[in-house]
Unconditional design. Structure first.
Length: 286
């Protein structure tokens, strides 16, 4: 047992971090370009759904990064002694618009740490509560689910289970992320996690078959679909079920049920890699 494994992780529950920032136009404009839209269309007004992930970024020194590209654990996030880390899901409530040019503050707090053993080995679940405040009050609340796990054994490399497919979708769109798209999104997040750009590390160390599409990018695509079809969002929740890989087609599906939009992202085989639900801020005619 290592020294890290003897640390009582519960002492990280309640730990907080705070970041202040003026919401600049560049991240939202760059996201529009990544989605193959005119970047000038996102230069003012409200930032797009889930673009808040592109703001309030921690600026860790290069010497503070771990071998996987994430910051070394033990600061804000607990030093979980498991090598793999995944953003597994979130529940987001949009209380008021986040407008470009606004002074804002994000406050994060670790709220829960739980460990268990699953089909593929040890798992630790860390939940983080995030709030974004603007001068007029609370603008956004988010509950994030971060999962840590062991590297897979040879017998579990092909174990992939998906979510429930969306029945009778009204909309179906496709997206094929290439390596340049993953690199640009990593740059927008200031995210050096090597599974998104380092093929050798991804295949030889983490034993994935290819570079992995960011879960946050997939969630952003689904939220964008809901926003384009239904209008401004009051809330958005997603859950990752399986990884998606570079240069492979992703099918985005959606179905509206009144003020609720159900969504899913499938890989080329039809496996549902992510499911999501969006609640509309105001009900518009279907």
């Amino acid at each position: 047992m290592t020294a890290t494994e003897t640390i009582d992780l519960s002492q990280w529950i309640g730990r907080t971090e705070s970041v202040r920032e003026t919401l600049a136009p560049f991240p939202s404009r760059a996201l529009a370009a990544l989605l193959d839209r005119d970047p000038d269309s996102a230069g003012d007004g409200e930032i797009p759904p889930l673009a808040h992930w592109l703001y309030f970024l921690p600026l860790h020194r290069q010497s503070e990064l771990a071998p996987d590209g994430h910051v070394q654990r033990g600061g804000f996030m607990p030093p979980v002694p498991l090598p793999r880390r995944m953003f597994a899901g979130a529940r987001i409530t949009f209380l008021q618009p986040l407008n470009i040019g606004t002074e804002a503050r994000r406050v994060g707090r670790v709220t829960s740490i739980k460990s268990k053993t699953g089909r593929t080995g040890a798992l630790t679940f860390v939940q983080v509560h995030q709030e974004i405040e603007v001068p007029s009050g609370l603008a956004l609340m988010e509950e994030q689910d971060i999962v840590y796990r062991t590297h897979p054994s040879s017998g579990s490399l092909n174990v992939r289970s998906g979510g429930e497919p969306l029945e009778n979708p009204q909309w179906r769109e496709t997206y094929r992320p290439d390596a340049s798209a993953l690199l640009r999104y990593s740059a927008l997040l200031f995210n050096a996690h090597r599974i998104h750009y380092d093929h050798r590390y991804t295949t030889e160390i983490e034993h994935y078959p290819d570079l992995i599409v960011h879960g946050q990018l997939v969630a952003t695509l689904l939220a964008d679909l809901a926003h384009q079809k239904g209008g401004p969002l009051a809330s958005f929740a997603f859950r990752s079920h399986a990884p998606l890989f570079v240069d492979r087609q992703i099918t985005l599906t959606g179905r509206r049920e009144g003020a609720l939009i159900r969504l899913a992202a499938e890989d080329e085989s039809g496996l549902v890699a992510m499911t999501a639900e969006a609640e509309l801020r105001q009900v518009m005619p279907q």
